[in-house]
Design a protein around this ligand. Structure first.
Ligand code: PMP
Length: 363
């Protein structure tokens, strides 16, 4: 149709996974291990439930369009000026806003392959093209390849670290090299959605970027470690108020609802709860990784709450077989990676349900 935007019409599909109801219908089972969306299976802090108790939030009022209280809490925690922070309806909204604000038709975005769907979809939606630098044979960042691509001066870099779906995170040397290689005309977007899960060896990207003069945005979220995926809150820390204003202009006005803002403030007030969940999940992640290796599978090193492994067979078919056992994982459908599966770290019981089902299939 003449009124269809051709860029949107041609977009690759975002694989949002299965709902609980459809997984139950497909498996005929009640007990489903939901390991496809990198959520926190332990939920969120009890302080959040309290903040959302009956009457605590004025549901009949529009939410604060600038998220003043939440930005104040974030600014304090990160030691960043409020004018440099923009809150989004999930960090995914900030990826969309960055694409609208800093790309035009014909522009170029750079990212990695396999990629987080939206790092490709949002640039394509505004008519830009996307260059993807594949992971190495060791299932890691190709820093040299990214340096070469940065020398071409793309308009924007979407760099996930930890890397969804692979799991690898850039070490200090790797990140320093990419920061150095990025021309001043490239907006450096470092997506740290899984920041809270990384080991001590991984640098804080915001700390590194703020010591430079270059333009950047660091993205973080309440969806993963803080366990608030359903409420949709993420944020961008920008190198300047000017960049933050552009992002804010590109979002919808009342983008973060009132419950979500109150919940995020409460979650920040109970970091101990979040840290406890992170500790349990990283121990479990490493246990599952070892079990996968013991099955003879190639597993990428992970600094997140998920694992990426080469199942050495069609991943969509394997995902369907796992679903019959009540396990939902994410088969990678991007060309070149169709034997790979991404599995989130769940509770001990969920992880066992996954490993038992997988053993029965691959043995
Ligand atoms: N960036 C990355 C790398 C992610 O993996 C995700 C969630 N899967 C997001 C951004 C978006 O998260 P949210 O919108 O829930 O903050």
């Amino acid at each position: 149709e003449p009124f269809f935007n051709p860029h949107v019409e041609a977009l690759p599909k975002y694989n949002a996974g299965l709902t609980l109801a459809s997984a139950r219908a497909a498996s005929g089972l009640e007990r489903i291990a939901r390991l496809a969306s990198n959520e926190n299976p332990y939920g969120c802090s009890p302080a959040v439930q309290q903040a959302l108790a009956d009457g605590a939030v004025e549901l009949w009022r529009y939410s604060d369009p600038s998220c003043e209280l939440l930005r104040a809490a974030l600014g304090k925690r990160l030691d960043v000026e409020l004018g440099n922070i923009v809150v989004g309806n999930g960090s995914e909204e900030m990826i969309a806003a960055a694409s609208r604000a800093f790309l035009t038709a014909g522009g170029i975005a750079l990212t990695v392959a396999p990629c987080f769907g939206l790092h490709e979809i949002e640039p394509l939606a505004v008519g830009a093209s996307v260059t993807k630098i594949p992971m190495t044979a060791e299932l890691d960042f190709d820093v040299t390849g990214l340096e070469a691509a940065l020398a071409q001066a793309p308009n924007i870099l979407f760099l996930p670290s930890p890397w969804n779906p692979v799991g690898a995170a850039l070490d200090r040397d790797g990140l320093a090299r990419l920061i150095e290689a990025a021309p001043a005309t490239t907006l450096f977007v470092l997506d740290e959605a899984y920041r809270e899960f990384v080991s001590d060896a991984i640098p804080d990207g915001l700390e590194m970027l703020r010591r430079t003069q270059r333009p950047y945005i660091v993205l973080r979220t309440f969806s993963k470690a803080f366990g608030l995926a359903g409420l949709r809150v993420g944020y961008a820390v920008c190198s300047s108020p000017r960049i933050a204003k552009m992002l804010a202009a590109a979002k919808t006005p009342f983008n973060v609802n009132a419950m979500a803002q109150a919940a995020a403030v409460a979650a920040l007030g109970d970091e101990a709860w979040m840290n406890a969940a992170v500790n349990r999940l990283t121990v479990e992640r490493d246990r599952v990784s070892k079990a996968l290796r013991n099955l003879g599978l190639r597993v990428a090193r992970s600094e997140g709450n998920f694992l990426f492994f080469d199942a050495a067979r069609d991943s969509a078919q394997l995902a369907t077989a796992l679903l019959k056992a009540g396990v939902v994982v994410k088969p990678w459908l991007e060309p070149g990676y169709r034997t790979f599966i991404r599995v989130s770290t769940g509770t001990v019981a969920e992880n066992d349900q996954f490993l038992d089902a997988l053993r029965a299939i691959v043995r």
